[in-house]
Design a protein around this ligand. Structure first.
Ligand SMILES: NC(=O)c1ccc[n+]([C@@H]2O[C@H](COP(=O)([O-])OP(=O)(O)OC[C@H]3O[C@@H](n4cnc5c(N)ncnc54)[C@H](OP(=O)(O)O)[C@@H]3O)[C@@H](O)[C@H]2O)c1
Length: 275
């Protein structure tokens, strides 16, 4: 691959990426746009028939070279897109909240664990892009966690750990089970979804530190982004951004020149925003 005049990377031959939850919405578009940039994209969908159908739609559009069968031996890009939001609010149940955490946070974590060994050395560095949400900001003006001590710990790189994130999720689920959670303690909107995306954001920062000492040629840059309010099944097709525009910042992050050294950051509209 090589940088182009507009600063993006043009992948030449061989690079592979993986996108989760591709059968519709932002995942479908992220896969399509990365394939159009020359990546061979492995599509993952929990429903094989829906995944096949999505692959068929992509095949019809994307140049055949992106789909040629070859031995690839590794990937350069992972987009963790699969996600759920049941919007149950006060009617939330532990089972529903657990599904949100399992998919949005633990699913992302498991994909990263599973895919890192498959990442292929490259002078440009590999990319992991986590699809997140502004609803999961630790210190956002609205919708933030009420517990100041927890907020401080999550914000402080020296305190941040998987254990801290797990404990936050456990406490949330316990309170949902007991009916003792309150909107003073947890994000006021889409509570479980917001906490799950907060976990994704925190994990992005944690992993960026862990991955930062990899040697030249084996660098992995990990960032997360909020696509905005996108018209997909998740929002009941409401929103102010089309599904085609939704993955723009994620695709940009996947192709960003490595000399910018973007790592462990949160983005929206191609600009860094605060966690
Ligand atoms: N739309 C927005 O306004 C918005 C805003 C901020 C962030 N996001 C994030 O953007 C990402 C994509 O959302 P979208 O708007 O494109 O929603 P969507 O149209 O509902 O698509 C979600 C995708 O995730 C897959 N998925 C759900 N649960 C899964 C599981 N347990 N295992 C594997 N795949 C699973 C779905 O597959 P199935 O069809 O099999 O369920 C589907 O392909 C999510 O992470 C979401 O949180 C969206």
């Amino acid at each position: 691959m090589s940088p182009t005049s507009d600063g993006r990377i043009t992948w030449s031959r061989g690079p592979w990426g993986v996108v989760t939850g591709v059968n519709r919405g932002i995942g479908f578009e992220a896969a399509r746009q990365l394939a159009l940039h020359g990546l061979h994209v492995v599509l993952t969908s929990r429903d094989a028939a829906k995944g096949q159908e999505a692959a068929g739609r992509l095949l019809a559009e994307v140049a055949a070279r992106a789909w040629a069968v070859e031995t690839h031996g590794g990937i350069h890009v992972l987009v963790n897109n699969a996600g759920v939001n049941f919007n149950k609010g006060p009617d939330n149940s532990v089972e529903s909240a657990e599904q949100v955490f399992e998919t949005n946070y633990y699913g992302t974590q498991q994909m990263i664990d599973a895919m890192i060994p498959l990442i292929k050395p490259s002078p440009y560095g590999a990319r992991i892009v986590n699809v997140s949400s502004r609803l999961g900001r630790v210190n956002g003006r609205r919708n933030r966690i009420g517990d100041v001590s927890l907020r401080d710990q999550l914000f402080n790189d020296d305190c941040l750990s998987e254990q801290l994130i797990d404990e936050m999720i456990k406490k949330f689920l316990e309170q949902v089970g007991q009916g003792t959670w309150s909107s003073n303690q947890w994000p006021q909107m889409y509570m479980d979804y917001s906490v799950s995306k907060l976990a994704v954001n925190a994990y992005t920062r944690l992993m960026s530190r862990r991955l930062s000492d990899r040697p030249e040629g084996q660098k992995i840059y990990i960032n997360c982004f909020c696509p905005g309010w996108v018209k997909t099944a998740m929002t009941g097709w409401e929103g102010n951004i089309s599904a085609e525009e939704g993955p723009d910042t994620g695709v940009w992050l996947a192709l960003l020149p490595c000399e910018l050294g973007t790592n462990g950051k949160f983005f929206a509209e191609r600009r860094e925003i605060s966690f």
